[in-house]
Design a protein. Sequence first.
Length: 170
Amino acid sequence: MSHSPRLSRRAALRIGACIASGTIVAGCTEDAANDPDDMETDEPIDEIADDAEPADAGWEDGWEDVDAIELEAADGGDWVGRRPAAIDGVENPDLELYEGREYEFAWVNRDGDVHNLAIWDESDPLISTDFEDDDGERSAIIAEATAEMELYLCETHGTEMAGAIDVRTQ
C-alpha cells in the first residue's frame, strides 16, 4: 500500500492562487458570498490533504466495493457525504479510493449557490464538473483513481468545501 505524499506549502499556495484566479475569471466576484477574501478557511489546504490517513482496521470493509461517491452542497457551506454509507452525513468527508478503479463522483446542489466538484493533485485540477447554481441540480464525472489525486473541492468556495482523497493500491 502506498500513501500520497504531503502537500507542500508551495503547492498549497499555488492551489489557493489558482482558486482565486479561477473565481475571478469565472465572474463569481459579483456575489459577495463568493469573494475569495471573504471565504472562511478554517483549515489550510495542506492540512486537508494530510487528513487522508484512515485507520487500517476496517478500511476495506467500508470502501472495497464502492464505485460511486455522492456528495451534497449543503446550506452550511460544506460538502455532506451521501454515498457510500461510510460517509453518509459526514461533512467534507475523506474519500478512500483504490488506484486503477473507475469511480463516479456525483453531487447535488442543495443550497442554490454556485458550486462545482473538482479533483486536484498537489497543485492543479485533474478533472471537474461544470459550475451549477440551480437548487436540486445533479452533476457527475467519471474518473479512474490515480495516485496523483490529493483532494476534492468546490472551486468557488475553496478550503471551506474540501476534503482529502486517499488512494490505495489493491
